[in-house]
Ligand binder design. Sequence first.
Ligand SMILES: [Zn+2]
Length: 96
Amino acid sequence: MRDIEHPIWCEPTRCSVGSDRVQLKGMHRSVVLTTQYDRHSGNEARVHLWSYDGIYVYMQLEFPGSLHDGLELTLEQGEEFGTALLDLSKLGGRRR
Ligand SMILES: [Zn+2]
């Protein structure tokens, strides 16, 4: 049997590859990064990486406690999304 190769970002305590917790092969998962987006409610956005094979990697963006289901993005889409937020933040901070 071949050894399982985990991506460098895989968090062992969140990974299910090779375990019997999931019927299929399982899923590599990273740590979860959180950021509070609403000071008053304390609501957070959470994002983590996941992959079935370590090759095709996705970002899962979740908004716990909201009506939004969240987003599943490729790494490229995540980078574009992050860049757009950063660009808008810079634009919003400019003065005439
Ligand atoms: Zn793993």
